[in-house]
Design a protein around this ligand. Structure first.
Ligand code: ATP
Length: 216
């Protein structure tokens, strides 16, 4: 179990705090707005009304003992930057920060933090991809246009030989197939798909797009 802090409990920060709690981690949530703290106080380990631009306040809350801190202050860029500088002063190793604008991103990229998050953009890309490729149920971006995707197998493909499809785009790799509680990692040339199998593929986006059309 790790200890995390989430600073800024708007809809993004609150979601992060609740998800980490669901995964059984200790979560301290901080927000300057009483209403936002009260709405989550019962659901996470500790919630505090505090101004994260004040280093002493963060120190009193023992933020320096956290394994990682997520800064989810959006509109007030000055507060976000000051908060990051405070966390750096307190010696926090792992800092993830939500950036709302290009300027915010540029300043953060000079502060040597671990990750700059763009939730709206990330979600926008996901929604656009899902609309374009309805046969793909989930995406995970790796790097450099490389993705892992999930494809639920429709009844139309029941009994089809997977190797035949994969051969048409050899740049894509089939990582595994999930069938109910079973997972198949070794996929031989005779593997036959069944309705509701979940096929997990990895590859560059243009090749994944090409092969996805075989699963309509
Ligand atoms: P979201 O989309 O996550 O709802 P947002 O990107 O619109 O949020 P804001 O609402 O500006 O961003 O900020 C997120 C939260 O950060 C708010 O709940 C706000 O009260 C809180 N916040 C702003 N300044 C501070 C600060 N100095 N210290 C602590 N919390 C702060």
């Amino acid at each position: 179990m790790a200890q995390f802090a989430v600073i800024g409990l708007g809809s993004f920060g609150a979601t992060v705090a609740l998800e980490l709690t669901k995964s059984h981690h200790d979560v301290i949530g901080i927000d300057i707005t009483k209403r936002h703290v009260e709405s989550i106080a019962e659901k996470i380990t500790h919630a505090a009304i505090a101004d994260a631009t004040d280093e002493h306040v963060l120190e009193e809350l023992n933020i320096q003992n956290c394994d990682a801190v997520v800064v989810a202050i959006g509109e007030d860029i000055e507060a976000s930057i000051l908060c990051v500088l405070n966390l750096k002063n307190l010696g926090i190793d792992k800092i993830w920060v939500k950036a709302k604008t290009k300027a915010h991103h540029t300043i953060l990229s000079h502060l040597n933090i671990d990750k700059i998050i763009h939730p709206e953009e990330d979600m926008g890309v996901r929604v656009a991809q899902a609309l374009n490729y309805p046969m793909v149920s989930r995406y995970m971006y790796l790097e450099d246009d490389r993705y892992i995707i999930n494809i639920p197998i429709s009844p139309k493909l029941n009994g089809i030989n997977l190797f035949g499809i994969m051969q048409s785009v050899p740049e894509v790799k089939a990582l595994l197939i999930k069938r109910n509680q079973d997972v198949f990692y070794e996929i031989d040339n005779n593997f036959t798909l069944k309705t509701n199998d979940i096929l997990i593929l990895e590859g560059l986006l243009p090749y994944l797009k090409k092969i996805s059309n075989s699963f309509i």
